[in-house]
Design a protein around this ligand. Structure first.
Ligand code: SF4
Length: 472
């Protein structure tokens, strides 16, 4: 199977403690996080006595029926998850939240991100007799919690969080508590909110807007919050470090009505477009954005350059994620279905088309062809992020260099391949400049630079692993 879009989001989580409509609010919040994962969804609830849930494959309405949702009515605590598979097969057993049934107490678990030492820990746990039910990396935390010998749940959770490495936002629901933890570099986003006096937690603040909750703050790297009927316990399992939030959250993943670090994604995305215009300096008649995620960057580009911004591409609202066989003709048709040029905007004009990224180059190539077919005199492409040259091991589905055109081709080769008159990417410095102006502490940029902020144990070459084992 072949995904024409390339980059895909890496799951979304939501949790709420002590609200009479916990399941319904979780369902609505997951709906607003659907852009982060469309392969499966689930909700797990607790009421002080039982842990119970519903989950299924596909978009939220397909995954959880009204009857299933009704069966969760009355539970006051809930966690939910929308899934895009970055590790583990796309099958029901891997759809979260997971429920662990155990004599020490049942628990529900939802995870956004990717553990970079999950394989190593899993092998050790299996050697010790643990039996895994899924192929997902997320299951590792559940086993570590159940293996712990202490009766102090909080201490066990902190010890387990210190054993795992990678990018993660975890929600752990027990009968009498809900815990939320973020990796100690803050690569994945996690937000704290409140509705009707009840605390809630979400991957993005757009979930709070949807349910009418207020946005309190971002969860800090290495932080673990626990909610009980007594209130909130704010603790750290690891020493605080500056956040290394994923750069691509601003560029592409997050919804523009979300905020990170109190900065609107909409504004940051526009500023990335402005910065690109400063660096690109091309004359043209019109600037258009590839819908939806590049529309704000195109707006910012236009405001800085003075080149009018128009809607030159129309995105079909009814085409979801498009998986097709790797057949050129069918791929082209699928992109045509998704992005239709508006001839009146394009014909006879020098067009700058702004996109947020180029992964394999497939989509860009077909968009350029469509613009030329619609009569564009010149087509220039501006990318509002630097070239994607390195795999992401932190929860985005690009895990090999072979999937990234910029990993093995120069900008000029890519320009020729996708057939544009010019191709410009935003510089790494320019991107960080924008983030700095918006209160950043230094976002993760590993897929552009190869500088990975979190150790990638499972992915090291055998000789590097050996060196680490020997302590070299
Ligand atoms: S490597 Fe890239 S996509 Fe992955 S977390 Fe870092 S910035 Fe985000």
């Amino acid at each position: 199977m072949y995904d024409i879009r390339g980059l895909n989001e890496e799951c979304g989580v939501f949790g709420i403690w002590n609200h009479p409509d916990a399941a319904e609010l979780t369902y609505m919040a997951l709906h607003s996080l659907q852009h982060r994962g469309q392969e499966g969804a689930g909700i797990v609830c607790s009421n002080g006595e039982n842990i119970f849930g519903a989950r299924g494959m596909g978009l939220l309405p397909e995954a959880i029926s009204q009857i299933q949702l009704d069966s969760l009515t009355g539970y006051t605590n809930a966690i939910g998850h929308v899934r895009y598979a970055t590790t583990g097969a796309s099958e029901l057993s891997n759809v979260q939240p997971f429920i662990f049934k155990h004599s020490k107490g049942d628990l529900g678990l939802a995870h956004n991100g990717n553990l970079t030492n999950a394989r190593q820990i899993r092998l050790a746990l299996e050697d010790g007799g643990s039996i895994f039910q899924t192929s997902s990396d997320s299951e590792v935390l559940g086993h570590l919690l159940l293996k712990a010998r202490s009766m102090n749940e909080q201490a066990n959770l902190k010890a387990a969080l210190n054993m795992i490495k990678g990018a993660f936002a975890f929600l752990v629901l027990r009968k009498n508590s809900l815990s939320a933890a973020l990796d100690n570099q803050g690569v994945r986003p996690l937000m704290l909110g409140m509705i009707d006096g009840a605390y809630c937690i979400a991957s993005e603040t757009c979930a709070f807007n949807t349910i009418g909750a207020s946005y309190i703050r971002d969860i800090r790297p290495g932080e673990v919050l626990t909610f009980t009927n007594e209130g909130i316990d704010e603790d750290n399992y690891s020493q605080y470090r500056d956040s290394k939030l994923c750069s691509m959250e601003y560029v592409y993943f997050a919804r523009p009505d979300s905020e990170f670090n109190r900065q609107s994604v909409y504004n940051v995305r526009k500023a990335l477009g402005e910065q690109l215009a400063k660096e690109m300096n091309i004359e043209a008649d019109v600037v258009i954005g590839v819908p939806d995620s590049s529309l704000q960057a195109a707006m910012g580009f236009s405001q800085y350059s003075g080149i009018p911004n128009e809607q030159g591409l129309l995105k079909s609202r009814y085409v979801g994620r498009t998986f097709i066989t790797p057949n050129q003709e069918m791929r082209e048709r699928a992109v045509r279905m998704k992005h239709a040029p508006i001839r009146d905007v394009i014909e006879g004009r020098r067009v700058i088309v702004i996109d947020d990224s180029i992964v394999r180059g497939t989509t860009s190539k077909y968009i350029v062809k469509a613009l030329r077919n619609a009569g564009a005199k010149e087509v220039h492409m501006g990318i509002s992020s630097p070239p994607l040259k390195h795999p992401c091991y932190y929860g985005i589905d690009v895990s090999t260099h072979a999937e990234l055109i910029a990993a093995y081709q120069s900008v000029d080769d890519i320009r020729a391949e996708i057939d544009v008159d010019s191709l410009s990417y935003l510089s790494v410095e320019g991107m960080h400049d924008v983030y700095r102006r918006h209160g950043s502490h230094g976002e993760c940029d590993a897929c552009f630079t190869g500088d990975y902020p979190v150790e990638i144990v499972d992915y090291l070459l055998p000789e590097e692993k050996e060196k680490k084992t020997k302590g070299v």
